[in-house]
Design a protein around this ligand. Structure first.
Ligand code: ZN
Length: 443
């Protein structure tokens, strides 16, 4: 399996893609060698955890922070632990802040609807539950060249030698690395990054290598813009009215079958539990995992096709917040949909980077409620999930298409991008609406 990472600079600048080559097994002829690695991990992980906790609570994450906790590890390993902990804490903080913003937006929506008297029956005020600090359960070491060195092997049947510093002073582990044919093919003529990842699972130690690929962007800032709305009825709707992929039909049928199966299994478990049976059937559903994979493949196909059919364009797509996802998934009210929705923007970013196409994320607040003709923004412009019908100018079209047109227009809309929060965006849109009314002689 290949993981991938995509570092984003300016949308028209070359993009760096990091490709990972995973599942390289570490097999030492001498079992004692890997035991030394186990011993290292046993002190590395708790130290890393101490810094994760520190960076999530009392201090901002700092990759080069001065050493604070005592450890038998060398100074170099200590620095590696701090660096990894800072990375973990930073992404935790970013995700938490995003979730908190979503909660604040939900709360704003709730009070707005309360004031308007349009709250759904049984609607409850959103609440915030504080996040837990991440706990490192699996052994994963993100090492750099200061502690782990990878060198090609010239004179053996192995491909590389991995030199790992250990707990013992100046004593290094030398572990041979043998690549599978497909690993060798993937790494052929590549400059391998000096940072490597070591993972320990039940069945032993595994190595992940990676390399960077720089891809120039072919799109000019003046290229025509295509706006993309992400949804359930259609995975993607473009501002020129094309649609790609859907959760409905076959996928939905499969999801229903899967849910039924899980329900039956849960019932069976309860029944067996009552009878005192110790070994219960597992609740995790293999068909559910298969379905999720199938959905992702359908999404990938849809995204691919949308790029193929819009060559020479630049893409504007939405920054999907959890709140937006929830809103979009409300019709189905199934978590599966929401989690898969998040895969779509990621896939758009990845496809664009891979193809050297500019894709720019724009703010999506109110893009589904804003009229793409007169800017009037109101929940009631959406009489149902599929339809957009403006309460002022009467413009009517498919709701996803109206949103895609708004998203297209938001690329390069500096005024809107600069808005502090959702309320500011709404105020700006209503100000534009008033201007539109004046210009068009509307009463
Ligand atoms: Zn309108």
């Amino acid at each position: 399996m290949k993981q991938r990472k995509h570092r984003h600079r300016g949308p028209y600048e070359p993009q760096t893609l990091t490709r990972a080559v995973t599942h390289i097994r570490l097999e030492a002829a001498n079992a004692g060698k890997l035991t030394a690695l186990d011993a290292l991990a046993q002190v590395y992980l708790p130290l890393c955890q101490q810094y994760v906790t520190l960076f999530c609570t009392e201090e901002r994450p700092n990759k080069v922070r001065a050493q604070l906790f005592a450890t038998p590890l060398s100074e170099r390993w200590h620095r590696v632990a701090i660096q990894q902990a800072a990375g973990i804490a930073q992404s935790w903080r970013t995700n938490r802040a995003q979730a908190y913003q979503d909660y604040a937006d939900d709360l704003l929506d709730y009070h707005e609807q309360e004031t308007e008297g349009t709250l759904d029956a049984g609607a409850q005020e959103p609440t915030w539950r504080e996040w837990h600090i991440p706990v490192l359960r699996q052994t994963c070491i993100q090492a750099n060249a200061n502690v782990v060195e990878l060198e090609p092997s010239e004179d053996s049947t192995f491909d590389y030698w991995l030199t790992i510093s250990t707990l013992a002073f100046r004593k290094q582990l030398l572990i041979p690395v043998k690549l599978a044919a497909y690993h060798r093919e993937a790494l052929k003529d590549k400059a391998i990054n000096s940072s490597v990842t070591l993972n320990k699972r039940g069945d032993g130690w595994w190595l992940t290598l990676s390399y960077d690929k720089v891809i120039p962007v072919h799109t000019a800032p003046s290229a025509p813009v295509v706006g993309v709305d992400v949804g359930i009825a259609n995975f993607l709707t473009t501002s020129d009215g094309k649609r790609y992929g859907t959760f409905h039909g076959k996928l939905r049928e499969r999801q229903k079958r899967d849910r039924e199966k899980r329900r039956r299994k849960a019932k069976l478990r309860k029944c067996l539990e009552k009878k005192g049976v110790k070994k219960l059937p597992s609740t995790s559903s293999r068909s559910g995992q298969r379905l999720a994979r199938h959905v992702r493949q359908s999404i990938n196909r849809a995204v691919n096709q949308s790029f193929t059919e819009h060559q020479g364009c630049q893409f504007a797509y939405e920054h999907l917040s959890v709140a937006t996802m929830k809103y979009k998934a409300r019709a189905m009210n199934a978590y599966l949909y929401a989690s898969n929705l998040a895969h779509i923007p990621k896939q758009i970013a990845w496809n664009a980077a891979k193809r050297g196409v500019a894709a720019i994320r724009v703010r999506s607040a109110y893009s589904s409620q804003e009229c793409s003709v007169c800017y009037y923004t109101h929940r009631k412009n959406r009489p149902n999930q599929q339809t957009f019908c403006c309460r002022v100018c009467g413009f009517s079209t498919h709701a996803d298409l109206n949103a895609a047109i708004n998203i297209e227009r938001r690329l390069g809309d500096a005024e809107l991008q600069a808005c502090k929060d959702k309320a500011a965006i709404k105020a700006l849109l209503m100000q534009r609406h008033r201007k539109w009314k004046q210009q068009n002689g509307w009463p």
